[in-house]
Write a protein of this length. Structure first.
Length: 257
């Protein structure tokens, strides 16, 4: 696997995925394929009780590749990206995001689909897609489900980032730790106390039924938002201008159409 590290801990009961592209842990097509390959292994592992996600280095993830968001690439990219969410739903294995540093765009969406989200004080979370003239399909569903429409719309429509304390205050995070080392040691104990003593099979049933409505909404609505993105949004001047201005490192010139 080129862009993720996969380790098994706690006597094989926990799969630890480390996003690692050497830079901002960008979720490009290669990393998504690596993740999907790991998920295929997890489906066959009856002893797995938890999957954790974290980023190598200082940041969780800068998000999906902007270069792969261009009009002629976005359909393939979105289908691969959204498949991550469908596979996580299908596995029904408990998931945990351990967030340090920047957690943006598609990186935040990957964290949002997890059952448990923890962060240290360096974490900054945001959905900046609107800054590029586009929107975030998974976050447009996941954020309202998790924190309600008012707070979700504030993040989705402004594109600004919030720190870990604010993210906990509005219900995105389960807890915040002073630094990464404290988070790692504290969550090791949390896993031992709250996950390892339970049946892997029963945990999967519990995840599935606890997310009955959540899963139905995501599986129904995400394909619809993907279709709007590909066939309507990317036909506008401004969506393309936003993407290319980012790639070309210049300010966008909006036509409002």
């Amino acid at each position: 696997m080129e862009k993720i590290q996969l380790e098994y801990t706690h006597d094989g009961a926990v799969a630890r995925i480390i996003l690692n592209d050497g830079k901002g842990n960008v979720l490009d097509n290669v990393m998504m394929k690596d993740l999907l390959a790991a998920f295929a292994k997890f489906k066959e592992n009856k002893d797995l009780k938890l999957i954790t996600f974290e980023g190598a280095g200082k940041n969780f993830s800068f998000g999906a590749s902007v270069e792969e968001h261009t009009k002629y690439n976005c359909e393939e990219m979105l289908k691969s990206f959204h498949r991550l969410f469908y596979e996580i739903i299908g596995m029904s294995i408990p998931t945990m995001a351990k967030i340090s540093g920047q957690c943006l765009g598609g990186g935040m969406e990957l964290a949002l689909v997890c059952n448990f989200l923890f962060a240290d004080k360096t974490a900054m979370l945001g959905q900046p897609e609107i800054m590029l003239g586009v929107y975030a399909p998974p976050a447009s569903i996941l954020l309202p489900l998790k924190i309600g429409n008012a707070r979700a719309e504030e993040l989705l429509l402004t594109g600004y980032s919030i720190d870990a304390d604010r993210a906990k205050e509005i219900g995105i995070l389960n807890d915040v730790f002073k630094d990464r080392a404290t988070m790692d040691s504290s969550l090791d104990e949390w896993i031992k106390k709250n996950i390892l003593k339970k049946s892997a099979s029963s945990l999967r049933f519990a995840v599935s039924v606890a997310r009955t409505e959540f899963n139905e909404i995501v599986l129904t609505r995400l394909p619809e938002l993907e279709n709007i993105y590909v066939n309507e949004l990317m036909e506008t001047d401004d969506a393309n201008e936003g993407i290319y201005s980012f790639i070309e490192k210049r300010k966008p010139v909006w036509k409002n159409c």
